[in-house]
Design a protein around this ligand. Structure first.
Ligand code: NCD
Length: 323
């Protein structure tokens, strides 16, 4: 492979934000910042990962995450294979490991994995010889989403420290919420969660967040309003009385947004359910909504993660797989 640049990023896998220090997060964001500039230019292709094989293994549906990991790998010159297991008989336990071992035998350098079960990607990472990136496991973690959200905010506000971030909606089932809480707290932001009590995890305040069950109170003076989709695929039974009522109390519209700072940014990881957690009027507000920029930063952040993991493997794999 072409020589990778060396980074101070002492990790073989990227499974969650909790394993990263503020310094690690800054290394990734700085690198992603370079890629954000490259991606806006006419020549987007580099050869930093030439010779490496990246397998995207998705056991759950995805639009943004899978496409951006594919683009990220290709822009860095890796050979990228996509495997979608959605709808097949493969579920979990031994079968997951069997699949992983089969793919491992083909010597991929990096596996990007999404799975509906919390902990499944961690388990898989213990069985393969390359690096593993968690592209979302159940309601547990989605580290690259948190990193791309942080990059979007940092580019707009110039910092993360001291900002007031309100994460609103289905906190209980959201891996995006968990990873963002960890990242923004680690970087010195104040994080609030705003949701009906049925959509809050038990003892959520132990994570270090302020808890609100009223949007006007939760959004008061905040810099960032991050809306989340109702993760109905992870719900058994009804968690909200009706979608109309949910929108009335917890959907972001102009009136609720007015409680936040006048220049507060509106964010959403996608896919959006317009009229449920967010009103079209605010989702499409070109001055305040950074939802498309989040998607754009997703490619840059994933390029950074792929490159940062590659040297570790490079350094340890001269005579065989990393141990
Ligand atoms: C999120 C996910 O898959 O966790 N989407 C994404 O990666 N952009 C959020 C969601 O599905 O609501």
């Amino acid at each position: 492979m072409s020589p990778s640049r060396k980074f101070n990023f002492p990790h073989r896998h990227l499974l969650g934000i909790e394993a990263l220090s503020p310094q690690d997060i800054t290394v990734l964001l700085d690198l992603a910042e370079e890629y954000a500039i490259l991606n806006r230019g006419p020549e987007k292709k580099l050869s930093r990962l030439r010779g490496l094989t990246q397998i995207n293994l998705f056991f759950e549906t995805s639009t943004r995450t899978r496409t951006s990991f594919e683009l990220a790998g290709k822009r860095l010159g890796a050979d990228v294979i996509n495997m979608s297991v959605e709808g097949s008989a493969i579920k979990k336990g031994e079968t997951l490991i069997d699949t992983a071992m089969t793919l491992n035998a083909m010597q991929p350098d990096i596996m990007v994995v999404r799975h509906p079960d919390s902990g499944a990607v961690d388990l898989l990472s213990q069985k393969v010889s390359g690096s593993v990136i968690n592209a979302g496991d159940g309601s547990h973690a989605h580290p690259t989403q948190a990193l791309l959200d942080a990059l979007t905010v940092r580019r707009r506000r110039g910092r993360l420290e001291g900002l007031k971030v309100a994460i609103c909606g289905d906190i209980l089932h959201s891996r995006v919420a968990r990873s963002n809480i960890q990242l923004f707290l680690a970087m010195g932001a104040e994080v609030r969660v705003v949701a009906p009590p049925t959509l809050l995890p038990i003892a959520v305040e132990k994570l270090g967040v302020k808890v609100h069950t009223n949007m006007l109170e939760g959004l008061k003076d905040c810099d960032i309003v991050m809306m989340l989709r109702l993760q109905t695929e992870r719900m058994q039974g009804a968690f909200v009385p009706s979608l109309r009522e949910y929108f009335h109390y917890f959907g972001l519209d102009r009136a609720k947004l007015a409680a936040a700072k006048g220049d507060a940014l509106i964010m959403h990881p996608g896919p959006m359910n317009r009229g449920v957690e967010i009103d079209t009027d605010v989702a499409d507000d070109i001055d305040r909504s950074v939802i498309h920029e989040q998607v754009e930063m997703g490619v840059a952040v994933r390029m950074a993660c792929l490159e940062a993991l590659a040297p570790v493997r490079d350094a340890t794999s001269a005579d065989g797989p990393a141990t």
